[in-house]
Design a protein around this ligand. Structure first.
Ligand code: HEM
Length: 420
């Protein structure tokens, strides 16, 4: 690869005759540097770190034999790394088996994330992150800006669908043991993406500056207080001892700058790994002849992905139009918190756990248990050594079922108590 790069780097000046090495006259008293042998690089150079390229140059046009159109050729010459990526995508194959359906959820998560970026940018044109203006701006977007209501509803629904898809994607890759060697980092990067996605939900919730969001953020940002050093963290999150306009500015900065930046970084790594390592097949499927065949990633799988995206888009528009999210009433920090304050549904499991542990020291215990659980969950690919040897690991399947059951039961309990 390095050799390949060198060849390409020198390709532009390739046809020129090699110039004789310019040897500086040696300083009096100093020995003359030895003339470099043809093809010998840096070692023969007079100054340390000065590199003399090999005398044999690569062909001036390394792509002269490749079969691409005029535009492709122009691009290749300037950005040659695209060619191996495209070649790779054309060669990449996706195994077909009875669980193949679950491969579509990663792509769907990505689709809703793209919708978030587009609609988020449009909302930014009219939103102002200040205590005085935020709520009024939401009302303005919802009632005055042409199609503003649609953009806002799509943004809110797409956020929920993205979280849902990320959860389905995580549990499906868990049960198919897709995290096993060599895909450990796909799992780790994926988990970080889920945490960042939840961060988007948390920070975005306060932005309309309505009563519900205000008090839910009050409760949510209170949680770390019971942990050592938590007071400090709460102050940093809130920009003061209480939720205020300062908190709104901080949440806004995290929502539109910090989190998108981090997601872009981690998502690039996740998707690069998806391309390089390809899709896995469940353990034992190959040996048992359960792989029906392979289909090309490009264009067959991608086209099917696109069908999934279109279905996702239709569902999104249906939800946005038929079940609009309310704006509520403007937050007033001076009034008492209304009854039944709860976070967004994807935090209900943690919320219920905290409620279950409402005894002396219980909240801290719940936080510790949850943190240990999250650490074990992220380390699963390294602990499940059986799966990495392509052996079935039923203990981990049971573990996954227990985690899923815990989340569903706790979420359902909040629903029973508070309703939707
Ligand atoms: C923003 C969130 C995420 C996006 C956009 C995303 C995107 C994708 C895409 C497009 C694929 C390839 C298609 C597929 O197998 O579904 C994939 C594969 C994968 N993802 Fe994610 N993902 C996200 C979150 C997660 C999470 C939360 C996990 C687990 C903790 C995870 C773990 C994996 C694994 C292990 C694979 C490999 C699947 C296989 O080879 O069989 N991802 N991801």
């Amino acid at each position: 690869m390095a050799e390949e790069n060198n060849k390409q780097a020198t390709a532009g000046s390739g046809s020129a005759k090699p110039k004789p090495p310019a040897v500086k006259p040696a300083a009096p008293g100093k020995p003359k540097p030895a003339a470099p042998a043809a093809g010998a690089p840096a070692a023969s150079s007079a100054r340390k770190g000065v590199y003399k390229p090999a005398e044999e140059r690569a062909d001036a046009n390394p792509f002269k034999d490749s079969k691409v159109g005029a535009f492709g050729g122009w691009f290749q010459e300037r950005f040659s790394m695209v060619t191996p990526i495209l070649d790779y995508m054309k060669k990449k194959e996706v195994p077909q088996h009875r669980l193949s359906f679950w491969y579509y959820f990663g792509g769907l998560t990505l689709f809703f994330f793209i919708i978030q970026i587009i609609t988020g940018l449009l909302l930014l044109l009219y939103y102002r992150p200040t205590e005085a203006e935020a709520f009024a701006r939401f009302v303005y977007i919802q009632t005055e800006v042409p199609y503003g209501w649609l953009i806002r509803q799509v943004h809110a629904w797409s956020a929920n669908l993205m979280v849902l898809m990320a959860f389905i994607h995580m549990f499906s890759t868990f049960f198919m043991k897709s995290y096993r060697k060599p895909r450990e980092l796909m799992w780790v990067s994926g988990f970080i993406l889920l945490v960042l996605t939840l961060g988007f939900g948390f920070t975005g919730y306060l932005l309309p500056w309505n009563e519900l969001a205000f008090f839910a953020t009050q409760v949510g940002t209170e949680v770390p207080k019971v942990a050592p050093g938590g007071e400090f963290l709460v102050e940093v999150l809130r920009g003061g001892p209480e939720v205020s306009g300062e908190t709104l500015t901080r949440m806004f900065a995290m929502h539109v700058v910090l989190l998108p930046g981090l997601v872009m970084l981690v998502l690039s790594a996740h998707l690069m790994l998806v391309q390089v390592l390809g899709a896995s097949a469940p353990i034992g499927y190959k040996e048992a002849g359960l792989i029906k065949g392979y289909e090309k990633f490009f264009p067959t799988f991608l086209a099917k992905d696109a069908i999934g995206w279109m279905i996702g888009f239709a569902l999104l528009i249906y939800l946005a139009v038929m079940f609009p999210w309310e704006i509520g009433v403007k937050a007033d920090p001076l009034v008492a918190a209304p009854q039944g304050i709860k976070p967004e549904w994807y935090f209900w499991a943690q919320f219920q756990l905290l409620k279950d542990f409402k005894f002396e020291g219980g909240e801290l215990l719940a936080i510790i248990l949850f943190t240990i659980g999250a650490i074990v969950w992220i380390l699963v690919p390294f602990i499940d050594t059986k799966a990495s040897k392509e052996q079935k690991s039923p203990l981990f399947t049971i573990f996954g079922i227990l985690v899923l059951a815990f989340m569903l039961v706790e979420t359902y309990r909040v629903y029973l108590e508070y309703g939707w």
